[in-house]
Ligand binder design. Structure first.
Ligand code: ZN
Length: 321
């Protein structure tokens, strides 16, 4: 189906909002690949994508979309919301200037414990260990031995370790990462702390009209931790951000590090009790009036401007790939 037909189909379906998910934007994505993997978009493609949004779609704030979903406000046709997960410094240094220049509001979901400890979320450490180790094998917690000769084997072992680590939080998670690094004899780069935003940068983003939301304290899979831990991850991150930013923090993003699902009915009930107005998932789709605001769908931006345009046209026409 051509772009024009899709646009006509979209108009018939009524207003909806596409919530886009980004992580990191860098001038040279290759520079941090061993660490952050494939979640880095180049500055050039990011600018092209934001220009597309500003030109052909209607960039809208998450607060406005929340009002729309709850039936309290209208949103324009072809509304798009820009969001970022994890809380990387490049969000402030590279992405925000482009967003501000083009008048596009965004929401930045920050992993609060990682900001406080100045260290990226744990998947970066595990990835780095498996990509750089000179060890030939690794043994998982069930006693299975994983060969580490080829890139493929390293990736499989990395994913297995993510399945283990995503169920851990706080100190236990820190111990897991430290013992993996020592087993694999891998040194995490000392300047990795500079990858995370600080509170001054977040305060500046709020002043520029953007929203800061929570992405938990320690980035676990929320469906695989007990309800006490889930409550702590949601409540403490909200409290810390509100204390530092002196503004209500009403939006939450579920980490999706490994295993499935990454949210449950139980976590949704907790997010409501704790006081969040919206929570976004990584389930693919767009947001419509009457949706549950505490389990909103999102979309990846794709790796090119054309990929983003096609995804959005399909989504608004109700033909999400
Ligand atoms: Zn994340």
């Amino acid at each position: 189906m051509g772009s024009r037909l899709l646009q006509a189909a979209g108009r018939l379906r009524g207003p909806s909002a596409a919530i886009l998910m980004y992580h990191s934007v860098m001038e040279d994505p290759g520079s941090q690949e061993a660490y952050l993997g494939e979640i880095i978009l180049s500055q050039k493609v990011f600018r092209q994508q934001i220009e597309l949004l500003a030109r052909q779609f209607r960039p809208t704030s998450l607060d406005q979309v929340e009002q729309f979903i709850n039936g309290k406000a209208k949103i324009p046709e072809r509304a798009v919301v820009v969001t970022f997960d994890d809380g990387y410094t490049d969000n402030y240094e590279i992405a925000a200037p482009v967003l501000n220049e083009l008048g596009v509001p965004a929401t930045f979901y920050v992993t609060v414990g990682c900001v406080d400890r100045k260290t990226p979320p744990w998947p970066a450490h595990l990835r780095y260990c498996f990509r750089t180790t000179k060890q030939k094998r690794w043994t998982d917690s069930s006693g299975n031995s994983w060969p580490l000769s080829s890139t493929q084997q390293r990736e499989s072992a990395f994913l297995r370790s993510c399945d283990e680590c995503c169920q851990l939080t706080s100190m236990v998670q820190e111990r897991y990462v430290a013992s993996l690094a020592s087993e694999l004899d891998a040194q995490v780069p000392v300047d990795s702390g500079a990858l995370m935003m600080n509170y001054d940068q977040m305060r500046a983003l709020v002043k520029q009209g953007h929203i800061i939301g929570s992405h938990t304290m320690t980035h676990p899979n929320m469906a695989y931790v007990n309800s006490g831990v889930a409550r702590h991850e949601m409540m403490e991150s909200k409290r810390r951000l509100e204390e530092e930013l002196a503004t209500p923090v009403l939006h939450f993003a579920y980490p999706c590090p490994a295993l499935s699902p990454h949210w449950t009915e139980g976590t949704i009930a907790i997010s409501r009790e704790v006081g969040y107005a919206t929570a976004v998932t990584t389930n693919g789709g767009i947001a419509r009036r009457g949706d549950d605001p505490l389990r909103l769908k999102r979309m990846g931006s794709g790796e090119t401007v054309d990929a983003l345009q096609w995804r959005l046209e399909c989504a608004f026409a109700g033909q999400l790939r």
